[in-house]
Write a protein that binds this ligand. Sequence first.
Ligand code: 5GP
Ligand code: MN
Length: 358
Amino acid sequence: MLIILIFAFNIYPNPHKRRVSHMENINELKAQLSMPKEIVILSHRNPDGDAIGSSLGLYWFLKNQGHKVQVIFPSEYPAFVSWMPDADQIAICDLDKEFAFRCIRNAQMIFCLDFNALDRIDPMEDEVNESKAYKVMIDHHMYPEGFADFMLSKTDCSSTCELIYEFADMLGKSNLVDGKIADCLFTGIITDTGSFKYNIHPSTMRVAAALLERGANNDFIQEEIFNSMREKELRLLGHCLYNRMEIIEELETGIIWLTKDDFEKFDIQRGDTEGVVNFILKLKKVKIAAFIKEQPTIIKLSLRSKGDFSVQQVATKYFKGGGHKNASGGYFYGTLKSCIERFKKGVKSQLELEKTTS
Ligand code: 5GP
Ligand code: MN
């Protein structure tokens, strides 16, 4: 099992190398948390269920122990998670940059959750780099940057929410995970695993069981996350599948794209296209899927795969992105047509590369 739990002065040049776990370092972190602190929790742009669940789960865990905690996201969160306790207390950097920067400058500790590269927090990157606060990274993406003082990075783990429970356990305080925290953490596990369909490890089920024992309300969360679509979203899904899907059989690849005009015509809001990419993988003949959105200034890609093919490599090499082997994302500046061509080219060369190295 790949566990990275390490101080930043342990510089590791080879990101593929298995790293040593320094469990004794937990004592320094415990000392940091032994007095009430001003704490900022950050997660990535376009926060998903795992980003929000882990941030609010940790927020309540720390707040209940007397810390002053502020969660900040670079951009707004989707409506399907607005039921989460204190979601309305989250600060959005896009909406109030000054407040976000001030919080980071005043913070004594900064937790970075569900991301491992500072360019994922856009304008807050410089503030975090300059801050003297004690920095903690808790994340499950590949190839972490080494900016944190304390790092819990585990790539063979379902979600950051699963790691937050482990983190509480490492501190000897999993007993403080109450029903409210359990709901937050359970949400990230089910959104990052498609409700226990993929990216499942024995530890995932153990943590999920512990969260249910601590009061997570599975029925409520499943309804809020998966059965709360508005009619226009379901009709948009129909449009995507009927008018905007291309299957490239020789590459075992499917693409769905949306144009700027589609965004206007369907009045697409944040979160309305969540999960669309997964429908492509329902086809038996498809192993690789892309959902490509033409936004006002940027084109955003969501990539997924089944089995060994690494969309993480395609995202990193061709779209300045990253993520996991089977779920990654990236972005592109240019026309939609050239983006689609670049994606096909990227898949083709990655398939050839994987053939020669297998
Ligand atoms: P999604 O397609 O759901 O937006 O993202 C899938 C995975 O890829 C998530 O783990 C997400 O954090 C990661 N990801 C999405 N977009 C980017 C990006 O632009 N850069 C990087 N490094 N990771 C991304
Ligand atoms: Mn995640």
